[in-house]
Design a protein around this ligand. Structure first.
Ligand SMILES: [Zn+2]
Ligand SMILES: [Zn+2]
Length: 142
């Protein structure tokens, strides 16, 4: 599954099928996306490959540790390693259109008033307490 930023400089490939997606509705993700949330997934490092443009990536880090990686040319958010883990965060808007469902919504307590989260979804009020468990749950197709 290939993905690229708006200008095409940064591109990547995910070799394994992506199982499920999540949306984070926290204030940081609202500002970073300019919208209700970030729609993303998390994949194993061994399934992730940069195809081009890593020299076009710039990054910004908040004191809390939140980091935003983006294309210097066009400003699209781009994948990045989750802290010190063996996983990569993938912003799904960059990936070619695939038929995968959003299985979980994070930080629902912070959502914008104009953001409607479907009732049927799994909703976390904040960040999941057990992040490893959450990442594992994303590897299961729903
Ligand atoms: Zn770009
Ligand atoms: Zn967030």
């Amino acid at each position: 599954m290939k993905g690229s930023c708006n200008c095409g400089s940064v591109s990547f490939d995910v070799s394994n099928e992506i199982a499920s997606l999540y949306q984070c509705h926290c204030m940081l993700c609202q500002k970073q996306s300019g919208s209700t949330s970030n729609t993303a997934t998390i994949v194993k490092e061994s399934d992730f490959l940069w195809l081009s443009g890593t020299d076009s990536i710039s990054q910004w880090q908040k004191d809390s540790g939140f980091t935003s990686h983006f294309c210097k040319q066009c400003g699209s958010p781009v994948p990045n390693r989750l802290r010190e883990s063996n996983f990569y965060w993938i912003p799904m808007g960059l990936v070619e259109n695939v038929d995968i469902k959003i299985s979980a919504h994070l930080c629902c307590n912070s959502k914008a008033n104009w953001d409607d989260i479907p009732d049927a979804a799994i909703k976390y009020p904040d960040m999941p307490e057990d992040l490893d468990n959450f990442i594992n749950s994303l590897q299961i197709k729903r």
